[in-house]
Ligand binder design. Structure first.
Ligand SMILES: Nc1nc2c(c(=O)[nH]1)N[C@H]1C(S)=C(S)[C@@H](COP(=O)(O)OP(=O)(O)OC[C@H]3O[C@@H](n4cnc5c(N)ncnc54)[C@H](O)[C@@H]3O)O[C@H]1N2
Ligand code: MOO
Length: 411
């Protein structure tokens, strides 16, 4: 088993060992956030007919040639066509049809003139300006044409894609399946969150934090609850989860203590160890095994360590499994608002809050940093990576930070 490996090596092993899930058909609204597993070709023109982009009058450009304020023309209004209806009349010389936005252009008309540029009564309209043929007409197929490739395979489905698919009448769409991820928190000290505290025990927060992280990435978490430090219990839980889960995440029991039996349990359940311990703080004792094509992550029990190792290693793997082509965290150059003066012999990820103001990113650190401290992760949205042997970093220094959230909404 490889041990004490670098961050890069760990990620390389994981990316090599992870497979994309299979394509499945899902109802349109369930596809939001998934990766499209098919190319979408338009089988229709959009709009499907020449339509009016304005409320006004459909006229023939020949009739209004040369008209002006001084020399207007009055046309007879022969029909009214709201959106969703089709006029059965054809416009002849001297005629107009009152038309609403979205309605099909009537036969014989080649210009639309908006209400504001006319004077009208119930049965006539006076026009004061000449327009060239085709003015104010949304042409059939101007948005999408039959045969156009409108969404590429590999696109992440967002609101606009949902709208395009709806336009094309696709109530089901083929996407890469969201992985099902089992979460098991190990430790004799753990109790369920509904339980009152008793001496020596703490509530299991990790299952919830990790489940939330999985949900944010877009996969499906399933909490297996808590499990004592007995190897048989852990193995039993792992074996049953391997039957249905695409990935298992455990927390706790991966260090060197007498009760740290998770690595042994992975192997006992039939999995092969890929590595144990990565040269980073927090989260050093991360252990990863594979069972067939399924990965089993053993994250540290320390809440902040579990959170940060998830972001570094689990998140990119889930994204890759879901068909994403971009799965690295975005890095930006940022100015430190307060210093981080600790020098470290280890590579270190420091939790931080980063915001964007007047064209620059700024980063602030909370007071508490220990890997056992969860509370100061609240309000953080970024990680400052401090390679071993570097620092101290003073206020005003320009550094690189990883953004954990959408960069557009930082402050
Ligand atoms: N002699 C050594 N001791 C330790 C070392 C070492 O190198 N030598 N490494 C330390 C480091 S670094 C870490 S990180 C921890 C990791 O230990 P484990 O992954 O085995 O985690 P546990 O000991 O089970 O738990 C650590 C800590 O977190 C609490 N915890 C556990 N599970 C949960 C949960 N589901 N929700 C909330 N909190 C949880 C647990 O009670 C412990 O306080 O090992 C160091 N020791
Ligand atoms: O590697 Mo541990 O998470 O620092 O305490």
């Amino acid at each position: 088993m490889r041990t004490n490996i670098s961050l890069e090596e760990a990620l390389e092993i994981l990316l090599k060992e992870s497979n994309q899930t299979e394509p499945i058909h899902v109802p349109l609204m369930d596809s939001l956030g998934s990766v499209l597993a098919e190319e979408i070709l338009s089988d229709m023109n959009m709009p499907p007919f020449d339509k009016s982009p304005l409320d006004g009058y459909a006229v023939c450009s020949e009739d209004i040639k040369g008209v002006s304020k001084e020399n207007p023309i009055r046309l007879n209004v022969i029909d009214f066509v709201p959106a969703g209806y089709v006029s059965e009349k054809t416009i002849s010389k001297g005629q107009a049809i009152r038309i609403m936005t979205g309605a099909k252009i009537p036969e014989g008309a080649d210009v639309i003139i908006r209400f504001e540029d006319t004077d009208f009564t119930d049965d006539s309209v006076t026009i004061y300006t000449a327009y060239s043929t085709g003015s104010n007409i949304s042409k059939m197929g101007e948005d999408m044409k039959i045969g156009d490739s409108v969404i590429q395979e590999g696109t992440v489905i967002d609101a606009p894609e949902i709208g395009i698919l709806a336009t094309l009448g696709k109530s089901f769409v083929q996407v890469y399946r969201k992985p099902r991820i089992a979460i098991l928190s190990t430790g004799d000290e753990l109790i369920d969150i509904q339980q009152p505290l008793v001496d020596g025990k703490i509530r299991n927060s990790n299952s919830y934090t990790v489940a939330a992280q999985i949900k944010k990435v877009g996969a499906k978490p399933l909490m297996l609850g808590i499990c004592d430090d007995g190897i048989d219990t852990i193995v039993e839980k792992l074996k049953s989860a391997l039957g249905w889960a695409d990935m298992i995440i455990t927390t706790g029991g991966v260090s060197v203590g007498d009760c740290d039996l998770v690595k042994e349990a992975f192997q006992e359940a039939g999995a092969e160890m890929l590595f144990w311990r990565v040269r980073m703080k927090p989260g050093t004792p991360i252990a990863v095994a594979k069972y067939g094509n399924k990965l089993i992550f053993g994250l540290s029990g320390n809440p902040a360590a579990a959170y940060i190792t998830f972001e570094q290693f689990v998140r990119p793997i889930i994204l890759k499994q879901m068909g994403r082509q971009k799965y690295k965290l975005m890095e930006v150059e940022s100015i430190l608002e307060n210093g981080f003066t600790k020098t470290s012999s280890q590579n270190r990820f420091v939790r931080a809050h980063t915001f964007y103001q007047d064209g620059k990113y700024y980063t602030q650190f909370p007071e508490k940093h220990s890997s056992g401290v969860l509370s100061s992760l609240s309000g953080t949205n970024s990680l400052f990576y401090v390679p071993s042997g570097t620092g101290p970093h003073e206020a005003g220094d320009k550094v690189k930070v990883q953004l954990l959230d959408h960069p557009e909404v930082l402050k």
